[in-house]
Design a protein around this ligand. Sequence first.
Ligand code: SF4
Ligand code: SF4
Length: 180
Amino acid sequence: MQSLTNRSKMVSDKKMTFLEKLYLPAIFGGMIITAKHLFRKNNTIKYPEEQRVFAPVYRGQHVLKRDEQGRENCTACGLCAVACPAEAITMVANERKKGEEHLYREEKYAEVYEINMLRCIFCGLCEEACPKEAIFLTDRIVKTDDNRPDFVYGKDRLVEDVNNRIDVSRRQLTGKRKEK
Ligand code: SF4
Ligand code: SF4
């Protein structure tokens, strides 16, 4: 059969010479290759001490944003969940009660909002679907874990801390597709 590439090699079944049976030339050849690699520039970095600069459009862990007054932007409309190709988002909506106006921006809010980070493919479609500028992907890395349920992130890990806001201005400028 004709080969599709020129990478195939003919295998010879000729008897090995005495020198080849000693394997020493092959071992020394291997050691020379290893030694050459010692002086090459490393492609790896020592994470987490060293970190690479992310591209402006990098999509990492999500954040649920608050407005200027600290109220949650999300109105539990469900559009992000519908847009999500991985079915990673689930939520339970509730109605805002009297006296909760300082907590939630609109009459409806997400009582439960969860993203399964093991399902998520970080495509950013949830961000694009959101009409309330409530969800953004950030340059934060989802932490590793050895317990599958811990990858389901709830509001405790998604909603930004009111005193420690997450800047998504770069994401708003570069990450989202704008109407032309
Ligand atoms: S980034 Fe994509 S896969 Fe992940 S939750 Fe959003 S829409 Fe779903
Ligand atoms: S994050 Fe946005 S799209 Fe998703 S439920 Fe909240 S308001 Fe709707």
